[in-house]
Structure formats: C-alpha cells, structure tokens
Design a protein around this ligand. Structure first.
Ligand code: FAD
Length: 185
C-alpha cells in the first residue's frame, strides 16, 4: 500500500484503503489538507458498513459528509481549493518567484526572501504540509544568496515532497527551462 506519510496514513496500520479526510486544527474537515478524490471516495464509501478509525487527524466515513460533491469526478469550478489544486498553484508561485529573484540580491532583498519563506511555512493552509516544510527548512535552511541557489533550493524542497508522495523526482537542472525560459527550440 502507498504511504504518502500524511496524517491518517501509516504503513504500520491496517492494509485497507484508509479514509484520508484530514481535520483542521478546528476539528472540522480541512479541504486544503485533503485531495478532492479522497472526499469523493469517502462519499462513495459512505453507505458501506465499513468504518475505520485512524488517527485523531482523520475522520471515519461515518462522520464525514460533503453532500453537494456527491460522486463528482472533478473538483467543480469555483469550489474552494483541495490540497492538490492548492499545492499545484502554490508551487507555480514559489518556483516562479525563485525564477525571477535577483542574480545579485541586496542584503535587504535576501532578508525579505528569508522572512517570506519562514512566514510562508507557518501560514500555508495545509497544516501538516506546513509542518513538514518547517522540519525540512530546519534540516536544510533556505538559500537566498542569488536566483540560482534559491531556484535549486526550491526544487529540492519540492522533490522532498514528491518523494514522500511517491511522485517522480524532478531534474533540478531543468528548473529554468520549466519556470523561466520555456523549452529550448
Ligand atoms: P505538483 O507537485 O504540484 O507540481 C507542479 C508542477 O511542478 C509539475 O507538473 C512539474 O512540472 C513541476 N515540478 C515538479 N517537481 C518539481 C521540482 N522538484 N522542482 C521544480 N518543478 C517541479 N501534498 C501532500 O499530500 N502532502 C504534503 O505533505 C504536501 N506538502 C506540500 C508542501 C508544499 C510547500 C506545497 C506547496 C505543496 C504540498 N503538497 C503536499 C501538495 C503536493 O506537493 C502537490 O502540489 C499536489 O499533490 C499536486 O501535485 P501535482 O502532481 O499536480 O504536481
């Protein structure tokens, strides 16, 4: 079984597919922490008698219901972001920000970037993503000396998440092509 290492998922627990609707710190389901497909998978399972309790940060199917989504296959337009939409758009912003950072930033620019990244790691709405990020940033502090090293650092942070989620590792020598210059002719 896949272990994305998110709350409610643990390879040491039962092998059954696991409800993965994540609760916010207010105790309510957190859309920005949960993939839309997991909301809808949960809806489809709602009527089944199976009710697996996992950790305190995820809900069992008997207590979770997002009725208007029903068995929808795609996140309806104008819905609040799920964890994947939020993640994708946020990475777009973060990599683009790094791609347009100065080659020779002033001390003030470097301080502002550091301050932004630290603040970001506290305010990102997917709380467990933010927690992972803060841990990673302790292990591997942001590099803000210039555009190149910041882009590389961001790429490595993203690859850390990719790895945890079982996604493909991105070739960091291609960040400029992906986020600034576009494909070579
Ligand atoms: P994304 O991973 O969103 O990537 C978007 C695009 O970026 C890709 O199509 C690719 O072209 C490019 N790309 C991919 N990797 C790199 C790289 N290393 N460097 C440069 N470009 C790259 N989700 C969770 O389930 N658990 C988490 O703990 C979690 N933590 C997150 C932490 C942060 C800070 C952010 C911003 C998001 C986090 N997410 C987390 C969301 C997750 O990373 C993905 O954004 C989401 O699953 C959607 O994935 P995707 O396959 O559409 O592509």
């Amino acid at each position: 079984a896949e272990n994305h290492n998110n709350p409610g998922e643990s390879s040491t627990q039962s092998k059954k597919p696991r409800p993965n609707i994540i609760l916010g710190k207010d105790g309510k389901p957190c859309r920005a922490c949960t993939a839309f497909k997991d909301w809808t998978r949960q809806e489809r399972k709602k009527d089944s008698s199976e009710s697996t309790t996992t950790s305190s940060t995820s809900l069992s199917s008997s207590t979770t219901s997002i009725p208007f989504l029903g068995a929808a296959k795609k996140l309806p337009k104008d819905c609040p972001a799920d964890s994947e939409t939020l993640g994708r758009h946020t990475w777009t912003f973060l990599h683009t920000m790094a791609a347009y950072y100065s080659d020779t930033p002033t001390t003030t620019q470097q301080t502002m970037m550091l301050s932004f990244l630290r603040t970001f790691s506290y305010v990102y709405p997917c709380w467990y993503c933010a927690e992972h990020l803060r841990d990673e940033m302790l292990r591997k502090p942001p590099r803000v000396e210039n555009r190149n090293v910041l882009s590389r650092w961001m790429c490595e942070m993203h690859n850390g998440v990719n790895q945890r989620l079982g996604k493909k590792i991105f070739d960091c020598s291609k960040v400029d092509e992906r986020w600034r210059d576009g494909p070579k002719d």
